[in-house]
Design a protein around this ligand. Structure first.
Ligand code: F0G
Length: 458
């Protein structure tokens, strides 16, 4: 029988209750949190789509491996298992554990970059950009033009603009570019994938100019699945073969194991460069820990060793990508504007198109995220004017899907809530800032609705 329904490829062994609140309670909680969802206690959230980072459910195999954790300070058996598993997929000579992705970034850029350097990326994630800028280098985003148009359909909207990369190298000179980076998938650009063809072209440019190519590999498995689905010649390759082929085209990577490492904490930094690895390990000892644990417990290394392999399982990826698309397609078919096509880990609502009556300086993304919470207890995150101020090119609301956590009925509920909000979108008020910190203001900002009093609905 040809089966059409894609099911969750797991059954549930341990459950974590989630808590209903009333509309009245949510109004109070939201006001007390100054309309900033980062300031809400997580217990007051019913469905938490704030991030897919570190929020996934681990498998029975991962929990079993955790019991095998070797907590020796040096030469831990767990490190060997971690290193072997990572090398099996990534193939790089040196594997350096870190406590999460941004620690790998800080060490890489701290060692490889200096003031006046330039780092091209398809799109830097905010911690990546901050770590490049922290050493006085310039972070340049070079995603293809299609990547800036939310409604436009394109199979690989995360691709790097190769002629723009060439032009940048000509303009600033290869001596000022210590490395080129590709973020797979492109989180800040809507979770959009990069094609193997694009990786090959970028790799060729890098080789010609003798510039190392690094991957920001957080969502490498999701990217591999998109290549298999959308790129000619990869239909019958396994996700692992695709990932291995991609990593062979580069010289190293940074990784947050909180995403496609399927772990709740952890990350790593890889390189083929012996000298760089030595300098990185020296810095690691200073700030993170000895190179066989890098700020993690042995049990965390075990969870990652199992997790990176599980992230490449076909049944898992088929379900993962289908369930994200399921959410996106169901709301888009009712007219809700989203970044198209649906990405790997998240659906991004286009808040400017959703709430055209709210000008960008009244934070349409914050207003929409607040309304999704009021309507149904859903937590999302604004990626727009509050986060990037005047530099924001779009106002998006990201609904990030934690891995293996929510079932289809949870997602059906999310669809229902979004469609309800869509129906009364004209009544949603804009927001005004009442407090902002001098940097990374979105985490702690206080806001209030521009119209006094939010309409109470039962
Ligand atoms: N690179 C990308 C593409 C990311 O999405 C993240 C984290 C990092 C690097 C940093 O990794 O959090 O382990 O230090 N993204 C999370 C998110 C926080 O919600 O998208 P980290």
């Amino acid at each position: 029988m040809p089966v059409k329904t894609i099911i969750e490829p797991f059954r549930i062994k341990s459950v974590e209750p989630i808590r209903w609140t009333t509309r009245r309670q949510r109004e109070q909680r939201l006001e007390a949190a100054y309309y900033n969802l980062f300031l809400l206690p997580a217990d007051d959230v019913l469905i938490d789509l704030l991030t897919d980072s570190g929020t996934g459910a681990m498998s029975t195999h991962q929990w079993a491996a955790i019991m095998e954790g070797d907590e020796s300070y040096a030469g831990s058996r767990s490190f060997d298992r971690f290193k072997n598993s990572v090398q099996d997929i990534f193939g790089y000579k040196h594997v350096i554990p870190t406590h999460q992705g941004r620690a790998a970034e800080r060490i890489l850029f701290g060692v490889a970059c200096k003031k006046g350097d330039v780092v091209p990326n398809n799109t830097h994630f905010d911690t990546t950009r901050a770590n490049v800028e922290f050493v006085g280098a310039e972070a340049v985003d070079l995603v293809i033009a299609e990547g800036h148009q939310p409604a436009l359909l394109h199979p690989f909207k995360g691709n790097m603009d190769v002629p723009a990369l060439e032009a940048l190298i000509q303009r600033v000179g290869r001596e000022r570019i210590p490395l080129v980076m590709l973020t797979v998938t492109n989180n800040s650009g809507g979770g959009q994938p990069v094609s193997m063809e694009n990786v090959r072209q970028v790799s060729a440019v890098c080789k010609r100019h003798r510039i190392p190519l690094y991957f920001d590999a957080c969502r490498f498995a999701e990217n591999a699945w998109f290549i298999r689905l959308r790129e000619k010649g990869y239909e019958s390759k396994t996700p692992k073969q695709i990932a291995q082929e991609m990593f062979r085209l580069g010289d190293g990577c940074t990784m947050s194991a909180k995403k496609d490492g399927m772990a709740n904490i952890g990350g790593f930094l890889c390189t083929n460069d012996d000298l760089l690895a030595q300098q990185e390990k020296d810095l690691l000892i200073l700030t993170e820990g000895y190179p066989t644990y890098g700020g993690l417990a042995g049990r965390d290394l075990e969870a990652i060793a199992v997790g990176v392999q599980e992230a490449l399982e076909e049944d898992y990826l088929r379900y993962r990508i289908a369930s994200t698309a399921y959410l996106g397609n169901h709301i888009a078919s009712q007219g809700v504007p989203i970044v198209q096509p649906p990405g790997g880990h998240a659906i991004y609502l286009d808040a400017r198109a959703f709430l055209p009556h709210i000008p960008a300086d009244q934070f349409p993304g914050v207003a929409l995220a607040a309304e999704l919470y009021l309507e149904g207890g859903i937590r999302s995150v604004e990626i727009g004017t509050l986060m990037f101020a005047a530099a924001a090119q779009m106002d998006l609301v990201r609904l990030a899907i934690p891995r293996r956590v929510y079932t289809q009925s949870h997602i059906d509920y999310v669809v229902e809530v979004i469609l309800e909000v869509w129906k009364h979108r004209e009544t949603i008020p804009g927001m005004r800032l009442t407090y902002e910190a001098p940097f990374l203001r979105h985490f702690t900002a206080h806001l209030e609705p521009v119209k006094v009093g939010v309409v109470t609905r039962s």
